[in-house]
Each structure stands twice: as C-alpha cells, then as structure tokens.
Design a protein around this ligand. Structure first.
Ligand code: ATP
Ligand code: MG
Length: 220
C-alpha cells in the first residue's frame, strides 16, 4: 500500500536576483516497509522534495497524498496536524529545540501527536545510544550525538513514514552503522523510510534509489 505519493511536483523559488526551479515534475510512491534513498548533487532539490513531501512547504505545482488523502493545498495547521500524526522528520537544519533537553524534545513531539509514551521515549534513547545524555540540551551534544538525538525525535510519535535528510552526514562509521541498523529496524516494523543521503553504506541497503538532478528524476 502506498503510504506517501507525490504527483508531478514543481517548486520555484523567486528572489530579486533570480528564479530557481528547484523541482520540475517529480512523481514518486513510497510503500510501507520500504527503504528508499534519494541521491543527487548539492542543489538538485533533495531537501526541497522532502519539505514538499512532509507538507512543511507547499509545491507550486502537483500534489502529495499522505495515507491516501491529499496533503497539499490545505491550511498550515491542517498539514501540521497530519504530519505530526504520521510523519517523522529528520532535518538537515536540525529538528531539535535548543532550549529543551533531548528527552523533552522527544516528549514534545509525542505530546503534539497525542502519543505520550514514557517507555517508548526511554527505549528510543537506548536505541540511539543516548540513555545517559537524556538531560543534555542540543548545544551540549557532539555532532554524532545530535544526529542520533534528531533521529530519536523523528521517531518519537511512532510515525508510519520517516523522512530523513542526511542523517549520517556528520557521523563516524560506528554511529553510521548504528543509524543504519535503526532505519532497517523501522522498515522491518513497516515504517516507510525515505532518506536523502550520500552514504554508500545506506544506499546499498536501499530497496530503491531515486536520483535527482536539476530538480528532475533521472535514471542515474
Ligand atoms: N528558500 C529558498 N529560497 C531560494 N532558493 C532556494 C531556497 N531553498 C532552496 N533554494 C534553491 O533551490 C535549489 C534546491 O535546493 P535544495 O536545498 O533542495 O538542494 P539539495 O539537493 O538539498 O542540496 P544539498 O545537497 O546541498 O543539501 C538550490 O538551487 C537552492 O539554492
Ligand atoms: Mg539539502
């Protein structure tokens, strides 16, 4: 079953100096339990695609369906509610509130989705190897710890879909392997995982690879 589907997405950015066509007709389908990676050069539209798929941003053309219902061209509040209930997001620009501890960041996402579960929060911290850092604020964590905390927050509300933008971008090989294992476990549990990545190790594990170039999908 398709849990997330995009139909002919277009996205333009206008600035006084230029106009960028960040997405030019991207269509894709994500099934439950799939691990799909998105690869492409810097500026090819990967983060823009994730923002449109999650409803954080609105495409200028085309639309997105989340669990069979249109997500696009709804109010921001409506999109946020649907996203909070079903989609976990790991952002390149971080998805953590700096003033909250790691544990409180997890609890905040749970409470927004009305899925408070203290046992799950504890288990997530153990899964990402941060059980002893739960009271630390993001500014007190290393790059690799931040990545793992971000992933725990993305998974806090037990999402059906995980969208992750370079979750292994700034981590060592051991952390990368731990993150890969965690993503694999999520897929086996039926979560659809779409990951933007430059990691070879992650791409070889993918069920499918989406190549982006200049805002278009290409075969390689
Ligand atoms: N808010 C914005 N305003 C103007 N242009 C933007 C904006 N966001 C992205 N762009 C432009 O859209 C294009 C796609 O950007 P995007 O961030 O999606 O690339 P990316 O593939 O994620 O790159 P990277 O690998 O460097 O993260 C780029 O040319 C970028 O400069
Ligand atoms: Mg990006």
């Amino acid at each position: 079953m398709a849990v997330l589907e995009a139909f002919d997405l277009y996205k333009f950015f206008h600035t006084p100096e230029s106009e960028t066509l960040a997405l030019r007709g991207v269509s894709l389908k994500l099934d439950a339990g799939e691990l799909v990676t998105v690869v492409g050069p810097s500026g090819s539209g990967k983060s823009t695609l994730l923002a449109c798929l999650s409803g954080l941003d609105e495409p200028d053309g085309g639309y997105v369906e989340l669990l069979g219902e249109r997500l696009t061209r709804r109010s921001e509040a409506d999109r946020a509610c649907r996203r909070g209930a079903h989609v976990g997001i790991f952002m390149q620009s971080r998805n953590l509130f700096p003033s909250l501890s790691v544990a409180d960041n997890i609890r905040l996402v749970m409470s927004v989705a009305r899925k408070i579960d203290n046992d799950r929060a504890k288990q997530l911290l153990v899964d990402v190897g941060l059980a002893d850092r739960e009271t630390a604020r993001p500014g007190q964590l290393s790059g690799g710890e931040l990545a793992r905390a971000g992933l725990a927050v993305a998974l806090a509300a037990a999402p059906r879909i995980l969208l992750a933008d370079e979750p292994t971008g700034e981590v060592d090989v051991v952390t990368e392997s731990a993150i890969l294992d965690l993503l694999g476990e999520q897929c086996r549990a039926g979560v659809a995982v779409l990951v933007v990545t430059h990691s070879e190790a992650l791409t070889v594990r993918a069920d499918r690879i989406i190549h982006l170039r200049d805002g278009r999908m290409s075969n390689a």
